[in-house]
Design a protein. Structure first.
Length: 280
């Protein structure tokens, strides 16, 4: 919508911005390669090795055999890019006593961040822990009576996969969190200091976060749970430019955000394919 509609009116010093989603997926990614990218298309090689074999040894008998280390390197590809571009007419700038440009930049920053957060949530197909946790075709129905046992099953499957218990997290949609409230689950901790900043609860070893960016696929909600080593992420604002637009009496600002994310430890990431059940 053009700001021309505001010209006949008195300008408020406050600017009403759109409602914003809670962005949490980015905070659970490691950013070890953040400073190594400069533009879209960049690739970062993540060095790693395969497992080292352990063999029996008998004193004065065993001949030690040396194996070659297996290369298990992965590539983080910066293949995502989003931009913003907007202009502010000189007349609008003159008549406004509110800082429209700053407000627009603030909103643009949020939109870029939210797009990246949504992208990370879409990586559910790369999760390695899926057995017994529902499928897209047959999601598990979640009710207040079942939700605790279902979360316990997620924790158990992660432990079966040797996923470390430290720094475990789970991101759920609002309806899932309501099931926890209806079940009258008591937090495992009661002090703010014991919760990760922004967490709604801590239950069964998980820091629980609520977000509308939780992905859906074929009608199934894809609740992700993992620990901080599961996903890696890197981004860069490669361009932010202020310019005078040649086709109008306007100042323009544009920016370009490039980023990439990858599940680097699939056995540290679980996806629970579920649906909202009705309460009797």
């Amino acid at each position: 919508m053009s700001v021309n509609n505001f010209i006949p009116s008195l300008w408020s010093g406050q600017i009403l911005l759109a409602n914003r989603k809670n962005q949490v997926f980015r905070r659970f990614c490691n950013t070890n390669y953040q400073g190594m990218i400069s533009d879209q298309g960049d690739r970062v090689k993540i060095n790693s090795i395969g497992p080292v074999s352990v063999s029996d040894y008998t004193k004065n008998s065993t001949v030690v055999s040396y194996e070659n280390l297996n290369d298990a390197s992965q590539w983080l590809v910066i293949d995502q890019a989003k931009y913003f571009a907007f202009g502010l007419d000189d007349i609008d700038a003159a008549q406004s006593n509110a800082d429209l440009m700053a407000a627009a930049m603030n909103d643009a920053s949020y939109r870029l961040s939210n797009a990246a957060d949504t992208y990370i949530a879409s990586l559910h197909s790369q999760a390695g822990i899926t057995t017994g946790l529902g499928t897209t075709a047959s999601p598990t129905e979640v009710t207040a009576a079942k939700v605790v046992g279902q979360m316990a099953e997620i924790a158990r499957r992660m432990s079966d996969a040797d996923c470390p218990e430290q720094d475990r997290w789970m991101v759920v949609p609002p309806w899932f969190h309501l099931k926890l409230r209806l079940a009258k689950i008591v937090n495992e901790v009661t002090t703010d200091e014991a919760l990760i900043e922004g967490a709604a609860d801590r239950i069964l070893g998980f820091s629980i976060f609520v977000s509308n960016n939780v992905a859906t696929s074929g009608g199934a909600t894809k609740v992700l749970a993992g620990n901080l080593s599961a996903i890696t992420y890197a981004d860069q604002i490669v361009h932010t430019e202020a310019l005078r637009l040649s086709t109008a009496f306007k100042d323009g600002i544009r920016g370009l955000h490039v980023y990439g994310a990858k599940v680097v430890k699939a056995d540290n990431l679980a996806v629970f394919s579920c649906s909202e059940g009705s309460e009797s």
